[in-house]
Design a protein around this ligand. Structure first.
Ligand code: ATP
Length: 560
């Protein structure tokens, strides 16, 4: 049994070390010595998730519950916790400091006791996640207090960060994938293949240890990473590149991956979260309109207003987020389903079949009402016609897909090209907020944006956004971020848990010494909240630097 302390020490070493190769090496040698059950847990732990992303478990511990637990476990006044938070800006540092101080009086019992194991921490997390009903807060608190009271300083540091899902050690999927490959002598591509099929790095690590990675395959009930699109270079260029293309409307909705077995239907969002309960009408469409015993389908959920035009993406996300009073929401914002791919049918994995064959099978099982239209053509004029019509109807643009291409889980490649009006935007992580002034004093009026450094995984800030936010959104955003406040400073600014991604438009990117990224956005404007994107999917500093470079090239040419 491996102790949680050795896991925490690993995290401390990873945090200190700069490069991703070194991080992966450290993790690899740790993974090599773990037992199978521990292997299921550590890959998510080290990325800062108590459970794998594909599970339907949520720890449900907000910052205030955690601070409360820290103060109770270590006998510190709430004001002391707040003061430490202000000073360090890091819940991990706070927990470590409190553990050091609180420990002195009970040192003897602490030393005699058994150390917490990784699996024990995991099973307490399970109890916390499963606590429900009226007394759930009390139960959650009891388990958190127990965990912290058993923890030394280093353990407390990473346990606190893990509970808030913010490890700050710069380990993401890429590093874990490389570490699993190194630990068990397998190629990173093979590990990635297993991951794309199962979305569970713990499962992949376990199979890799047993030498059974090849056996992993697509299964109903386990989400598969979705195939993504590249931005095409205009209609003529894209058609020339692809030759014959299957052309579909690019709907402005939200992605759904649907698993059906008999009468059971499960829906996964783009982030592979289970959203079945929020989308009852999609479940009915599938039950009524898909004639297959077992299938995995890919498509888009789209909302239409009374005038028949698509509703903004934000409205659809309200549906995906809603867990209670779903029926009322479904009446206000009814969704339609547009299926465009078939990944699995009655025992057959279809990913290596060409799109044209998958489409043929999809048409044979799905009602036309829930099928995305498709036109196969090599004529750019015809594509231009479909594009113009799509834009006029309020859709985002069109998708060109290679009819001969396989379904590539988790890949953003040339076989799917998206064509839409160009406006460069960045998907950035919100790491802070500032209270407004005057009429907006009770709302967070501006939001601090950051982009991950691809090398270290650290979030570096690029500025603030305050424009593009309506009054209605202001109230909603304030509500959302209130629960995510990590550190409330003395002034108007707060630090928030990095969990929400904003899509932001801007005039220009500038070099700047004011922000840790070295860049600043000029005139940033909020386009929308990307609830469907995880923090790991935000645009990295490489993209910011790339956009900066192309913009310089453009300016250089126009002035010279
Ligand atoms: P974007 O901001 O453009 O949506 P993205 O990174 O979320 O970027 P892309 O890979 O660029 O996703 O575009 C693919 C997305 O477009 C899919 O995830 C899906 O939600 C949506 N979509 C709409 N219509 C289609 C279609 N016919 N085929 C495939 N994807 C579609």
């Amino acid at each position: 049994m491996t102790s949680f302390e050795s896991f925490a020490e690993l995290c401390a070493r990873i945090e200190e070390i700069g490069g991703s190769i070194e991080k992966a090496d450290l993790l690899a040698s740790f993974l090599r010595d773990l037992e199978e059950e521990e292997l299921s847990v550590v890959p998510s732990f080290v990325m800062g998730s108590p459970f794998p992303a594909s599970s339907d478990l949520l720890l449900g511990v907000g910052p205030s519950t955690l601070y409360d637990a820290l103060s109770k476990a270590f006998g510190a006044a709430p004001s002391e916790v707040q003061e430490l938070l202000r000073r360090t800006g890091d819940v991990g540092a706070v927990a470590a400091e409190l553990a050091k101080k609180g420990r002195s009086s009970t040192l003897s019992t602490f030393l005699e006791g058994e150390r917490l194991t990784i699996l024990e921490v995991h099973s307490r997390f399970l109890l916390i996640a499963r606590a429900s009903g009226r007394r759930s807060q009390t139960a959650k608190m009891k388990h958190l207090r127990y965990l912290f009271s058993e923890a030394g300083a280093t353990e407390a540091r990473y346990m606190a960060r893990l509970a808030l899902e913010d490890m700050r050690i710069g380990v993401g999927e890429g590093i874990v994938r490389d570490a699993v490959a190194k630990a068990f002598g397998i190629s990173p591509e093979e590990v990635e293949r297993g991951y794309n099929f199962t979305s569970d790095l713990g499962l992949v690590a376990r199979q890799a240890k047993e030498g059974r990675l090849q056996e992993l395959t697509i299964e109903i009930g386990r989400p598969i990473k979705m195939m993504l699109a590249q931005l095409g270079s205009g209609i003529a260029g894209s058609v020339a590149e692809m030759g014959t293309a299957a052309v579909e409307v690019k709907y402005d909705g939200s992605r759904v991956q649907i698993h059906k077995r008999g009468e059971e239907v499960e829906i996964f969002s783009r982030r592979l979260e289970r959203v079945t309960r929020s989308l009852p009408e999609i479940v009915s469409f599938v039950k009524e309109g898909v004639r297959a015993e077992a299938a995995i389908l890919d498509g888009e959920a789209v909302a239409r207003g009374e005038d028949g035009r698509p509703l903004p993406f934000q409205e659809i996300l309200k549906r995906f987020r809603r867990k209670y009073r779903v029926e009322g929401a479904a009446k206000r914002i009814p969704l339609e389903l547009m299926l465009f791919d078939l990944i699995y049918l009655n025992g057959r994995v279809l990913i290596d079949e060409p799109l044209r064959e998958r489409r043929r099978l999809l048409e044979s099982v799905a009602d036309e009402k829930i099928l995305a239209g498709q036109k196969v053509t090599d004529d750019p004029e015809e594509v231009a016609g479909i594009y113009e019509e799509a834009i006029a109807e309020g859709h985002e643009g069109v998708m060109l897909k290679s009819p001969e291409s396989p379904y590539a889980p988790g890949k953003r490649g040339k076989n799917w090209l998206k064509i839409k009006p160009v406006m460069e935007t960045l998907d950035l992580v919100v790491i802070g907020a500032r209270w407004g002034e005057g009429r907006r004093a009770t709302f967070f009026g501006s939001y601090r944006l950051a982009s991950p450094d691809p090398e270290t995984g650290r979030l570096e800030d690029v500025g603030w956004v305050a424009t593009g936010i309506t009054d209605e959104m202001l109230a909603e955003l304030t509500e959302l971020f209130r629960d995510l406040v990590l550190v409330a400073g003395e002034g108007m600014e707060v630090e928030v848990k990095p969990e929400v991604v904003f899509e932001v438009a801007f005039e220009e990117i500038q070099k700047s010494k004011s922000y840790s990224s070295g860049y600043a956005l000029r005139f940033p404007r909020l386009v929308r909240i990307r609830d469907d994107k995880a923090v790991e999917e935000a645009d990295t500093l490489d993209r910011v630097a790339g956009l900066y470079a192309t913009q310089r090239g453009r300016n250089g040419r126009s002035s010279g």
